[in-house]
Design a protein around this ligand. Structure first.
Ligand code: HXC
Length: 516
């Protein structure tokens, strides 16, 4: 006997077939011609093969808005799947459907999975490709954005939120990503701006291209809005997977342990030669970073912004750590406005998600000058100070070379209660560098000398010998140990091990008031 399939099952086949085509074959072709993948192709690449389960495939938008036209899915694909076996929630905007614009139905779909992600404690990843508020839906579209922003803020510090910008994102489409923890952009095909080039032309009579106004390079290098930039969709999505692998699923968990078969007791004798003998000579802090991390694997965050400070994720003894390091090879590793804000945000993310912090210090101070002062170095530097003090995760510092003045205190020093503070024998812990200090203390003497330069040099030598070492601080107990550079990895891993059970509570208050 031949069974006849129930008509409703056939109907479901048809409805799903329609939905899978989004805005239709022609628009998919245009999307490909622009060097972009479709919303569904992106999800396939992001998630473990075959793991995606769609939610709301049949939901449509408001029929009264677009002359009665409705599209199944309403321009966004939502659901969940796994990355390296762990559950994540994802929405992927479909530019082939009314330019990925956001109306009521579209927003309700996103909000539904955001709620689910927060409830079950899994990361949410948004693949954004949208012309912003759907103009035809008017105030409903604006209200719809508000609902998403509301959820972004409530989920902040509860589940990791990641945004990929994979097309033009204008108006309301940029605010949700900017609240999330990490913004990824794709070169040449993605843009972010509050008002586009046309509005710029009308209002301030300036011609500017999409790329120059809000392209990936602009946001990676100048504005600091984008933490990661990749040349195409495929590499971008692969990088999101890499980031997720470093992170816990929520603020109640710890990051997954990944054993890279790198012995914790591994030493690196070349580190004994890393710091140059001349104090003004620079070196690359990355040498130390890659040497101490498991398998020399490091995911740098904002590598193109404020290169004078390095932030990123690595593993030590299999455990994810957040690393903050001054980079003497860029602006001598000085702290400026951008570096302070970059590191402060990173520190707060790590603290929110139980990721221990390791700080490698070689800092000559804060950047002097009117540009920095007028740009708010007091306010921005205070953000980093605040962020470190506020952090209750294990906090370890290694002073490699310079640790001068206020910048020394800010960089996770013992004085702001880091848990353990090591120094290399090459550390110079002082109120300021030898020249500045000698010029202040011996100003009159030097001015009156027959050979002022010779006397200044002599005073600087004396100052270096007396103050510029870690031993004074170690004698005072401000340094827990002066360690051999080659042993840094081993000491850090042992320290992370004993700090794993660290307990620390915050005072009872609604929230502090970080100097924004
Ligand atoms: C409705 C939209 C749309 C929108 C694009 N489309 N944006 N429909 N509302 N916001 C439609 C187009 O009409 C077009 O439909 C299709 O999507 C593809 O768009 P194109 O313009 O052909 O594509 P492209 O040339 O690649 O340009 C993409 C774009 C451009 C740069 C995004 O469409 C654009 O400038 N859109 C408007 C962007 C904007 O100003 N948004 C801000 C809205 S205000 P057809 O049928 O012709 O193919 C906002 C404020 C929210 O978001 C505040 C919340 C707090």
């Amino acid at each position: 006997m031949v069974e006849i399939m129930h008509s409703s099952i056939l109907e479901l086949f048809e409805l799903r077939k329609d939905a899978l085509l989004g805005g239709g074959k022609k628009r998919i072709e245009i999307q490909h011609n622009h060097g972009k993948l479709t919303a569904r192709e992106r999800i396939e690449l992001l998630l473990d093969e075959g793991s995606f389960e769609e939610i709301d495939i049949l939901k449509v938008g408001r029929s009264d808005a677009c002359d009665g036209d409705v599209y199944p899915g309403d321009g966004v694909i939502t659901g969940h799947g796994t990355i390296s076996g762990r559950e994540v929630f994802v929405f992927s905007q479909d530019f082939t459907v009314i330019g990925g614009s956001l109306g009521e139905g579209h927003s309700q779909k996103i909000c539904k999975i955001m709620d689910l992600a927060a409830r079950v404690g899994s990361p949410i990843i948004g693949l954004n490709d949208s012309g912003g508020a759907r103009i035809q839906e008017g105030v409903d579209a604006l209200a719809a954005y508000g609902e998403i922003f509301h959820r972004n803020v409530n989920a902040s510090g509860v589940i990791p939120q990641i945004s990929c910008i994979m097309g033009p994102c204008a108006g309301g489409a940029v605010y949700s990503p900017s609240i999330t923890d990490f913004v990824f952009m794709v070169q040449q095909t993605s843009y972010m701006f509050v008002t586009g080039p046309n509005v710029v032309k009308t209002v301030i009579h300036k011609d500017i291209s999409f790329e120059d106004l809000g392209g990936a390079q602009v946001h990676a290098k100048k504005s600091g809005v984008a933490q990661f930039v990749y040349p195409n969709d495929i590499l971008c999505l692969r990088a999101v997977r890499e980031l997720i692998n470093y992170l816990p699923s929520n603020n109640r968990q710890k990051a997954p342990i990944l054993d890279l078969n790198d012995p914790p007791e591994r030493t690196d004798p070349t580190l004994d030669y890393l710091v140059p003998s001349q104090p003004n000579q620079s070196y690359d802090m990355n040498v130390l970073i890659y040497s101490i991390l498991d398998g020399a694997e490091f995911l740098e965050v904002q590598p193109h912004f404020a290169g004078n400070i390095i932030c990123g994720f690595g593993r030590m003894g299999g455990q994810t750590i957040g690393l903050v390091a001054n980079q003497p090879a860029v602006l001598a590793g000085v702290l400026d406005n951008n570096a302070s804000v970059k590191a402060a945000r990173f520190v707060r993310f790590c603290d929110a998600f139980n990721i221990p912090l390791i700080c490698l210090v070689d800092v000559p101070g804060f950047m002097p000058g009117p540009e920095q002062e007028h740009g708010g170095i007091i306010r921005h530097g205070a953000k980093l100070l605040y962020a470190f003090i506020e952090a209750t995760v294990p906090r370890i510092t290694v002073i490699v070379r310079k640790a001068y003045g206020g910048a020394y205190v800010v960089m996770n020093s013992k004085h702001i209660h880091c848990d353990i503070n090591y120094a290399w024998p090459t550390a110079e812990i002082a109120v300021m560098g030898a020249r500045g200090a000698s010029e202040v203390i011996y100003r009159k003497e030097i001015k009156a000398a027959a050979d002022p330069d010779a006397l200044l040099n002599e005073k600087m030598e004396n100052y270096r010998a007396r103050y510029m070492n870690p031993f004074l601080a170690a004698k005072r107990g401000y340094i827990d140990d002066v360690i051999f550079p080659r042993n840094t990895r081993h000491r850090l891993i042992r320290t992370l091990q004993f700090l794993e059970s660290k307990k620390s509570s915050r005072s009872d208050r609604k929230h502090g008031n970080i100097p924004l």
